[in-house]
Design a protein around this ligand. Structure first.
Ligand SMILES: [Zn+2]
Length: 286
């Protein structure tokens, strides 16, 4: 069933687990996440970035996500990831997304607050959940690129003040995390997660979950992260399986013969993440 992101992550924060947001940019990645969540009876957030929307189109992306939600026995939210404009957010809400992230982290803080408040006002009136970001998160995701040196660690006071002014449903905070795959073990500042999450009712969101070691994930959840975004590692699992199968059999012509196994590999990888997040068995199954 289509379910509220805000409610899912609030429940998760209170109970001490995290809901996984798994991004999709094609049918198989969405199916892999859905099958993984259903098998583990876990709540699920299906995310789409602006790049994903350019690839699939807003209507196709919404159709895939909403079909997944409708078919699912577990709660599923369809979430727009890292949107930079009011117009894109509105067109996704119109298409049926029930959760949006406005990323104003590269704007001056006052402007980020002003725009986030405006988006919350409109989205909340329509029953749509809102995530926002304070302090730019490093790495590369689609068009977003923040140099490692610029990957600021957010000021906890500023983050708490941001929440008090905007009342977003989930707050992404830069805590030493980055998008993409880590080349070294990330120094996730769980003290900052704790300082922010302990002072606001809603959870902190950990972006760039790909490749993050399990013990760091568990510490972040204990500190108040209840939404963790994972994308790159699933893309890597997907394309490396395709590459292997196409290399092994240069005659392979039926795309289903590589897309199917690639989907199965991603499903396995997502099941491992959901288990580490503590979300297995947490869905209210109808
Ligand atoms: Zn992100």
């Amino acid at each position: 069933m289509l379910a509220s992101m805000a409610e899912m992550v609030l429940t998760a924060k209170k109970a001490g687990y995290a809901v996984g947001q798994f991004n999709f940019s094609n049918l198989e990645l969405a199916q892999a996440a859905l099958e993984a969540a259903e098998e583990l009876r876990a709540p699920l957030i299906l995310g789409v970035t602006e790049g994903g929307l350019r690839h699939m189109g807003v209507e196709f992306a919404a159709a895939i996500g909403l079909t997944a939600a409708r078919q699912a026995k577990v709660p599923v939210s369809l979430h727009l990831d890292h949107a930079g404009s009011f117009d894109l957010i509105m067109s996704c809400i119109k298409a049926g997304f029930n959760s949006v992230m406005f990323d104003g982290s590269r704007l001056p803080i006052e402007e980020n607050i002003r725009m986030t408040k405006e988006i919350c006002r409109v989205a909340h009136a329509m029953g749509v959940s809102v995530e926002a970001e304070v302090g730019a998160i490093g790495g590369v995701e689609d068009d977003l690129s923040v140099a490692a040196a610029d990957a600021l660690v957010a000021d906890p006071e500023e983050a708490v003040n941001f929440w008090q002014q905007t009342k977003v449903d989930a707050l992404a905070v830069a805590v030493g995390n980055a998008h993409g795959m880590y080349k070294t073990i990330p120094n996730i500042r769980t003290d900052i997660v704790q300082a922010v999450a302990g002072a606001i009712p809603v959870p902190v969101v950990l972006h760039g979950g790909s490749g993050t070691p399990d013990d760091i994930i568990r510490r972040a959840i204990a500190a108040g992260c209840a939404k963790i975004n994972v994308s790159t590692e699933n893309q890597v699992a997907f394309t490396s399986t395709l590459r292997r199968l196409l290399t092994e059999d240069p005659e392979l012509a039926d795309s289903r013969k590589c897309l199917g196994p690639a989907r199965a590999v991603v499903k396995g990888s997502i099941k491992e993440r959901i288990t580490v997040f503590g979300a297995a068995g947490k869905a209210v199954v109808g």
